[in-house]
Design a binder for this molecule. Structure first.
Ligand SMILES: Nc1ncnc2c1ncn2[C@@H]1O[C@H](COP(=O)(O)OP(=O)(O)OP(=O)(O)O)[C@@H](O)[C@H]1O
Length: 808
């Protein structure tokens, strides 16, 4: 019996006072003054005491245990809590101690890593780099050319002195001073170095030959009457394009702005599906997409991961896309050779940075973007303005590399804007477009003759590329005194001289069966298996998180603050968050009911987790959509990317939840046990991360955080607090609430908090009134897990489905 009447005896049974005002006042006041109404009125055992069965004694709660209201025996305080005599709740400090240890260990590990890196880099910067540079100079290199704006050109250097400085070494040479990483000075002129002859390029080419045998493979493209007319558009973007791209050629696509260059390239490489005509690859009409593993595409914007270093960006691409039989050691060597060839060795361990916060220069970032494709040893490479934004020397260097690659058998198609004469002359074939139609397709060297036959005169010392660009953009009047200089006239002129082209291209014999089989075998060998791809994507994502340490700590800080504030709000309740109707015919003694505090607590928990977790999740998934699309288009496994990302969020979820739950449980002291509350909170974090990832997929990047926060709030509000679930049932809308994770975490808190009070209160009545179901903790958790997983499946489906139209 939980109720005690000190003067009750066998002859004087408990009596209830008459329901008059003074009596009720006295009874309801008992909690504060502790006196029952009248000598025969029973009352509930007070907080801080326990009343053994029989209801005759009230004993103060001993230390290391606690006694909430109506206790029949003291409850043991959990390990790590401080419980003095007369305690009414158990404040568990153990998780806080655990949390502090983990955080300190993390900080120590980060600092240790930072120190080791710093030591290593100063050694490298101060020693090896200078030494390798000096060796190169000593070995009689006629000069040293760099493509960076801030670097030097050097003539016949002679080392005169080497100083050790706090920042590393300074090597003083006759006409050159080098300070590691930061300062390059030169007092000499520039020396030209034939790029194709460099050791680095030769090393890279040798490495590439393992993948590509130019004598056997390669891709040729032919296109006949190619058209692209987007749905709803008034006129086609491409129309009647007929021509060919030979295997191992370097092709330049030129045209004014809006001429259809990007669309043409996208259609050719299968990123956009042509609405008219045919694309023929290696003489066979078919889906270009089947060649995507051996087709590289360098987008106009540098889609690279800013948190990774130059080498890490390129290495990831190589690991995913190179043939699966390459060892990691070979891949490293291949990537190092490529990096050297792109003249990025001195920055290979520098972070790439973003355009907003650059670490390496724009030209270097462009070369990283190109390197990501070249690392995969493609058989055809498409580039959208690879030289825009680069200085003349860098642009020339890139074009030289492309030329050499094409000589290996790789087909290179590049969109180019206003090329310099030297760059223009490296191109083998030209495709000139205007208004989505073809003006010329053929040898670069024949282009001036074609225009001269059309009546244009090329000025003697002018760059022919500039003249051609003027003509095809309709600005050709200065080059033709009389006659029509419009784009339309040129299009017609081209059509008149290339009438038989279509038939010739479509009837040409395709590749032999052996060639096709060999090509298919080569494609099949490409790419790491799924489990390796998941591993690479996971490691990359964890590395990114490591590099963004401030975001991690910020998130942990917000989680702690959220738990602390809600805990503080509920702290005054001292764990007394539920009052029901007394059992065993003592209902009449019941005071005002409190069925609301627990649902409010659950609501606050759900809303806080929604606010804490949604923004970081959007950041994880939303900010990288461009890189995902770039990688998916090049044959990276989409599932591997997504699983890698999802798994990499788990440490974040666990640690965020640990910070939140520790402070919340310490201050709010609900009856639910710590591990059970933690498990429910973790799964709710998991759901919110999933929900936010859906939002980041369906919204624009800038709207993602706001929409995800709103979605987190909505599912939190649907926790069954207001309106209550019983009310919702009357509207026949229970399914909507039950579809939200909020209601399941609400049920966990409600059920787990009132079940221990089942001897004292009629908890079934509380469940009926609120609409919650008691005692199904395992099922509540299982459903939270299912909802979180369904959210992820939806997000993945969305990621795959929106791929095509957003790529553009
Ligand atoms: N899917 C589409 N729906 C509607 N219009 C489109 C679509 N794709 C391209 N266009 C339109 O077709 C024209 C050619 O676009 P495209 O991007 O191919 O030109 P471009 O020559 O690459 O231009 P720029 O050099 O400025 O990048 C543009 O006017 C563009 O708005």
């Amino acid at each position: 019996m939980l109720l005690l009447g000190p003067n009750n005896t066998i002859n004087a049974l408990p009596q209830y006072c008459t329901p008059l005002l003074p009596c009720l006042h006295a009874r309801l006041g008992q909690k504060s003054c502790g006196a029952p109404m009248g000598p025969f009125e029973p009352y509930v055992c007070k907080r801080g005491y326990y009343c053994p069965p029989g209801g005759k004694e009230m004993i103060i709660c001993p230390s290391r245990s606690y006694c909430p209201e109506g206790s029949v025996a003291p409850l043991r305080c959990s390990a790590g809590s401080v419980c003095k005599e007369g305690s009414i709740k158990s404040n568990t400090w153990l998780p806080l101690a655990f949390l502090i240890i983990i955080d300190l260990a993390l900080i120590a590990a980060i600092m240790l890593h930072w120190l080791r890196k710093r030591l290593a880099s100063s050694r490298t910067a101060g020693g090896e780099k200078v030494m390798s540079f000096m060796n190169r100079a000593r070995n009689g290199a006629s000069g040293y050319k760099s493509l960076d704006d801030d670097m030097i050109a050097l003539v016949e250097p002679r080392i005169t002195q080497i100083h050790r400085q706090p920042t590393g070494f300074v090597a003083a040479m006759e006409d050159f001073t080098y300070q590691p990483e930061t300062l390059y000075e030169s007092r000499s002129g520039k020396i030209e170095e034939e790029v194709a002859d460099t050791e680095e390029l030769r090393a890279f080419i040798n490495s590439l030959r393992r993948c590509i045998d130019g004598s056997q493979f390669g891709l040729s493209f032919a296109f006949a009457d190619l058209g692209f007319h987007p749905k709803g558009a008034a006129k086609p973007v491409l129309c009647g394009i007929t021509g060919e791209i030979k295997r191992g050629s370097l092709v330049g696509v030129l045209g004014g702005s809006g001429a259809g260059k990007s669309t043409f390239v996208n259609v050719l490489m299968g990123k956009q599906i042509n609405t008219g005509g045919t694309v023929i690859v290696n003489g066979t009409v078919g889906k270009v997409a089947q060649y995507k593993k051996i087709i590289g595409y360098v987008p106009q914007d540098d889609v690279v991961l800013p948190e990774l270093t130059v080498k890490e960006n390129i290495l990831h691409s190589a690991r995913i896309r190179l043939p699966s039989n390459w060892s990691d050691d070979d891949i490293h060597k291949h990537v190092d050779a490529l990096i050297a060839c792109l003249e990025l060795s001195h920055v290979k361990d520098s972070l790439v940075g973003s355009t907003a916060r650059p670490v390496i220069s724009g030209g270097q970032r462009k070369r990283v973007s190109i390197g990501m494709e070249l690392a995969a040893a493609p058989m055809a490479l498409f580039l959208d303005e690879p030289t825009s934004g680069l200085d003349a020397t860098s642009a020339g260097h890139i074009m030289n590399i492309l030329k050499v690659l094409s000589r290996l058998g790789i087909t290179v198609v590049t969109i180019i804007h206003q090329p310099r004469k030297e760059i223009f002359e490296t191109i083998d074939d030209l495709i000139l477009l205007a208004n989505g139609r073809l003006i010329y397709q053929g040898r670069e060297s024949d282009a001036p003759t074609f225009f001269e036959r059309a009546g244009f005169i090329f000025p003697e010392h002018a760059n022919p590329a500039d003249t051609i660009m003027d003509i095809i953009t309709g600005q050709g009047r200065p080059y033709k005194r009389v006659g029509d200089t419009s784009k339309e006239a040129l299009i017609e002129h081209w059509q008149s001289i290339s009438q038989n082209r279509r038939e010739e291209l479509t009837t040409r014999p395709g590749s032999t069966t052996e060639e096709n089989t060999a090509l298919r075998r080569s494609i099949r060998r490409r790419g790491a298996p799924l489990h390796r791809q998941i591993y690479f994507c996971l490691s990359r994502s964890l590395l990114q998180q490591y590099r963004l340490k401030s975001s991690w700590w910020f998130e942990m800080g917000i989680a702690s603050l959220g738990g602390f504030l809600i805990g503080l709000a509920l702290n005054s309740k001292s764990g007394a968050i539920f009052v029901g109707l007394y059992r065993d015919n003592y209902e009449i003694l019941s005071s005002a009911l409190d069925y609301q505090t627990i649902p409010i607590m659950a609501l606050l928990v759900a809303i806080s987790i929604g606010l804490i977790a949604s923004s970081p999740s959007v950041k994880m998934f939303g900010e990288e959509k461009l890189i995902y699309w770039r990688e998916a288009a090049s044959g990276h496994n989409r599932l591997a990317y997504y699983l890698g990302k999802v798994i990499s969020t788990l440490p974040r979820i666990l640690m965020g939840c640990l910070h939140f739950s520790t402070f919340f449980m310490l201050l709010a002291t609900p009856r639910i046990s710590w591990p059970r509350a933690f498990a429910a909170n973790v799964l709710y974090f998991y759901c919110i991360y999933g929900l936010a990832s859906i939002c980041s997929m369906v919204t624009r990047r800038e709207d993602g955080p706001l929409i995800a926060t709103m979605a987190g709030l909505i599912v939190g509000i649907l926790s069954g607090m207001a309106p209550q679930l019983s009310q919702v049932a009357k509207w026949h809308m229970t399914w909507l609430w039950r579809a939200s994770p909020g209601v399941w975490i609400g049920e966990v808190y409600f059920s787990e908090d009132i079940l221990p009070l089942g001897d004292l209160y009629q908890i079934e009545d509380a469940a009926r009134v609120t609409g919650m179901v008691l005692d199904r903790y395992a099922m509540d958790l299982a459903i939270l897990l299912v909802i979180g997983t369904v959210y992820r499946i939806i997000a993945f489906a969305e990621l795959v489905l929106v791929k095509r139209h957003k790529q553009k």
